[in-house]
Design a protein around this ligand. Structure first.
Ligand code: NGO
Length: 514
C-alpha cells in the first residue's frame, strides 16, 4: 500500500523529528575540544551517565580521589546529578574509572588516554595531572548546562593526548588593582578548564604590596592599603595565600609568586623609609606610570629585607619557582642593576627555589636553572639563552591579555599594539624570536596587567575569548593548529561562556553560534 504522505512527506517528517529531539552525537570527533587533542579515534556509539553510575578511582594513588571528586562536583554543577565516588583495586565493568599506569611509554608525564566505551569511561595516565586533563576533555563533551530531563551522553571513542609544552600559564596582576581570594579562585578555574598549569601572581608593584610578610608587617599595612585610582587595595594573609595555593594544586596548577624588584617597588618604599637611599619614605602611588622607583642597591638592609621576604614566600610555595621581576628599572644605574640581580638570585636558590625574571635579568650573570620571561626585548632574551637560561614566551604584542582587541574596545592598553583574537592565536613560540628555539622554551604565558581592570567583569572581557587560544598554543603542536579551523571550535565555546556567565568579547572574527 502506498503511504498517504508520499516520499516527500516522510522526508519532511524525518527532518522535523531530527530538528525537534536533541539527537546526541555519536561522533566524538565532532566535539569542539580546546586545546585540540593529539588523536581521536571514533567508535560511533554513545555512553550514558546515569544517577546510579559510580566514579571509581584506583585505590592508593595519592591525589586521584581529588580528581574523581572534582569530576563528580562538575557533573553535579552542570546537571544536578549526584554521583558516588569510590575506590577500587580492579577495573570495573561500568561507570567511570581513573587509573595511573607506569608502563604506557607513549603517554608523556602530563598525557592521558580517555577511552569512552558503551558501558565504561576509562581515564588512564602516568600522573594524577594527566587524569585531571582527561577530566577536562571529558567535560567539554557535555554542555555547560544540562536540564534535569536531559540524558548525560558521551560519544564513544579513544582520545590519546599530551601537551607540547610543560609550562602553560597566565599571569594576574593583583597589585595595580587588587583581586580577592574568591576572584583569584575564579581565575584559577578559567585556567583549569583549558588545561593550563601555571598561575603567575604579580604580588607587588608601585601601587600595592599584596602578600603578608610577617617580619615586615608595614608592607601590607601601608603598601597594601591602596591601588590604581585610589581605591582601598587589599592583600592576602599567609593563610589566605595558602588556601589559594591549595585550590590551585587541586586543579593541577602551580602558583608562581612574583616580587618585582629593584624597580616597581614604590609600595615597599612607602612602607619602610630605610629601603630608600635617602632614608625617606615615598608617598603611596595610585597612578599608572612605570619606571620611577628603585630599591637602594648599595644598602645592606635591602638584601636583609629581600632575604626575609623570600624566606617567608618560599615557605608558602610548594612550586619550584620564585619570580624576581627585574623589568623596567629605569632609575637604577646599569651596574647597580646587575649587582642587585647578581645578589638576589642566590637568595632564591638558598631557599630551595629556581629563579624566573623578566627578560632584562639576562643583563646580569644568571644562576643555574634561571628562566627569562620574554616580553619585549629580543636581545635580552637571546643573551639569556646564550647564558644558558630557559625561556618563557610572553611576547607583549601577541600574548598580553591587557592589550585592547582593537581601537573600538576601550578596556586595556595598546602600547604593544592591538590583539584581536586571531592575532593572539596565529604565532608559534618556537619560531617567533630568531635564536630562540623549541629546546630553549619551557612554555607560554599570557599576562593580564591590571592598570585598567577593576573587577571580574572586566577581567573576563580581556581574558575571553583569548585565553583558550593561549592554552592551545601551549598544548597543541603548531602543525596541528590552524586559525580557520580553530575559530569554528572557539565559536562553539561561546555558549559555554554564556552558560558560565562569562562576560566575553564577541569578536566579529569568530562565527559565534546562536
Ligand atoms: C609591561 C610592564 C608592566 C605593565 C605592562 C602593561 C612588563 C613586564 N612590565 O610589562 O609594568 O603593567 O607592561 O602592559
Amino acid at each position: 500500500m502506498k503511504n498517504k504522505f508520499g516520499f516527500a512527506g516522510i522526508l519532511a517528517l524525518v527532518i522535523f523529528q531530527i530538528g525537534c529531539t536533541q539527537q546526541p552525537s555519536t561522533d566524538l570527533s565532532e566535539t569542539a575540544f580546546i586545546p585540540k587533542p593529539v588523536s581521536i579515534d571514533v567508535t560511533g556509539n554513545s555512553f550514558e551517565l546515569k544517577e546510579s553510575s559510580v566514579i571509581y578511582y584506583e585505590e592508593s594513588v595519592e591525589g586521584l580521589q581529588t580528581v574523581a571528586e572534582y569530576l563528580a562536583l562538575e557533573i553535579k554543577r552542570t546537571s544536578g546529578v549526584n554521583l558516588k565516588v569510590e575506590s577500587t583495586n580492579a577495573t570495573p565493568k561500568k561507570g567511570v574509572y581513573f587509573t595511573v599506569v607506569n608502563e604506557d611509554s607513549k603517554l608523556d608525564t602530563e598525557g592521558y588516554e580517555l577511552n569512552i566505551g558503551k558501558k565504561l569511561i576509562a581515564i588512564k595516565a602516568k600522573t594524577v595531572a594527566g587524569c585531571f586533563y582527561g577530566v577536562q576533555t571529558l567535560l567539554q563533551i557535555i554542555p555547560e548546562k544540562l536540564h534535569a530531563e536531559d540524558p548525560i551522553e558521551f560519544a564513544t571513542g579513544i582520545i590519546r593526548d599530551f601537551p607540547e609544552f610543560g609550562y602553560r600559564g597566565a599571569m594576574l596582576d593583583v597589585s595595580r588593582h587588587f583581586f580577592n581570594v574568591e576572584e583569584v579562585k575564579q581565575f584559577i578555574d578559567f585556567l583549569a578548564m583549558y588545561k593550563m598549569n601555571i598561575l603567575h601572581l604579580h604580588l607587588s608593584d608601585d601601587q600595592g604590596w599584596r602578600i603578608e610578610i610577617k617580619s615586615w608587617p608595614k608592607l601590607t599595612e601601608i603598601g597594601g592599603s591602596t591601588e590604581v585610582g585610589g581605591g582601598t587595595g587589599g592583600f592576602y594573609t599567609q593563610e589566605q595565600y595558602t588556601e589559594l595555593v591549595k585550590y590551585a594544586q587541586e586543579r593541577q596548577i602551580t602558583i608562581i609568586p612574583e616580587i618585582d624588584m629593584p624597580g616597581h617597588t614604590n609600595a615597599a618604599l612607602a612602607s619602610y623609609a630605610e629601603l630608600n637611599c635617602d632614608g625617606k619614605a615615598r608617598e603611596l602611588y595610585t597612578g599608572t606610570e612605570v619606571g620611577f622607583s628603585t630599591f637602594c642597591t648599595d644598602k645592606e638592609i635591602t638584601y636583609q629585607f629581600i632575604d626575609d621576604v623570600i624566606r617567608e614566600l618560599a615557605a608558602l610555595t610548594p612550586g619550584p619557582y620564585i619570580h624576581i621581576g627585574g623589568d623596567e628599572s629605569h632609575v637604577t644605574a646599569h651596574d647597580d642593576y646587575v649587582y642587585f640581580v647578581n645578589r638576589v638570585q642566590p637568595i632564591v636558590l638558598k631557599y630551595g627555589k629556581k629563579v624566573i625574571g623578566w627578560d632584562e635579568i639576562a643583563n646580569a650573570e644568571l644562576v643555574d636553572d634561571a628562566t627569562v620571561q620574554f616580553w619585549a626585548d629580543v636581545e635580552n632574551t637571546t643573551t639569556g639563552v646564550e647564558k644558558g637560561a630557559r625561556v618563557i614566551m610572553s611576547p607583549a604584542a601577541r600574548a598580553y591579555l591587557d592589550m585592547q582587541y582593537d581601537s573600538t574596545t576601550h578596556l586595556g592598553l595598546h602600547w604593544a599594539g592591538y590583539i584581536e583574537v586571531d592575532h593572539g592565536y596565529t604565532w608559534n613560540p618556537a619560531t617567533l624570536v630568531p635564536g630562540v628555539t623549541k629546546e630553549n622554551i619551557i612554555g607560554v604565558e599570557a599576562p593580564l596587567w591590571s592598570e585598567t581592570v577593576t573587577n571580574m567583569d572586566e577581567v573576563e572581557f580581556l581574558v575571553f575569548p583569548r585565553l583558550p587560544g593561549y592554552a592551545e598554543i601551549g598544548w597543541t603542536a603548531p602543525e596541528k593548529r590552524d586559525w580557520n579551523e580553530y575559530k569554528m571550535r572557539l565559536a562553539k565555546h561561546g555558549k559555554r561562556f554564556e552558560d558560565l556567565g562569562i562576560n566575553f568579547y564577541k569578536s566579529k572574527r569568530v562565527p559565534w553560534e546562536e
